[in-house]
Each structure stands twice: as C-alpha cells, then as structure tokens.
Design a protein around this ligand. Sequence first.
Ligand code: CO
Length: 147
Amino acid sequence: MKNIEHIGIAVKDLEAANEVYAKLLCTESYKSEKVRSEGVETSFFKVGLNKIELLAATSADSPIAKFIQKRGEGIHHIAFEVEDIRAEMKRLKEEGFELISKRPKKGADNKLVAFLHPKSANGVLVELCQEITDSTIPIGDEVWEDL
Ligand code: CO
C-alpha cells in the first residue's frame, strides 16, 4: 500500500453535496464522472495530496443507493493506492481478506479498482486502486484469470 488515495463519501444529491464540499474545502470539484457499471456518479476534490470522492447513485439498485438506504449518507470507503493491484489482491486474499470481485475493474479517475468486503476490515469498505498508465496491462476481463 502506498498511501491513502481518497476517501469516498456517499451522498444523496451530488450537486448539493458539490456545493457543500466546495465551501468546506475552499476549492471546486476538478472532475465529475459516471461509472455506469457501478451505477454511480462521482465528483472529485483535491485536498493537498489527498482526494475526496463524492458518490451518488444513478439507479435504485446501485450499491450507493443501498448503502444510503441502510446507513444514510456518510463515509463509504477508504481507497489505498497500490503499485500492482493484482499482486496486492493476491496477497490480501492469502491473508484471509474477502475480495468483493475476483478481478480488478476500471473505476473512476483513470484507476483500476478492487474492493475488500467490510467484514474483512472491521466494518470499513477498502478500495485498492492503481493508476492506469501506458504500461498498465490491458484492461478487460478476458486478460485476467480469476483470483
Ligand atoms: Co473510490
């Protein structure tokens, strides 16, 4: 694990939350992006070296909609930046952590992402993320074996 890359916050209304966080952090959101596969719309803020990711549901069956229904708005996940997401997933699986998906997926903000089940980490949903660069191995289910 290299560092905390961002903290994800589940919100009901992305536009309203954007205004709140722009005031709070004294900076505008620098990026907004839909991740269709996850049913979420995201908005990113920079705070020094760190980022805040606001997440709103785009459909009723989105994981964010379910989270808010169950627990209300609030901190949804902590994302750690990693050098090699596959290697880190393998290491954590061997340590007994439960991976939510068997393969990394393309997430928001030009990242490959994978999540660990909150029950594996004392109730915290942990995201692993690796920046996608020219040297990143090709993205797509077909190129990876399940872990
Ligand atoms: Co995230």
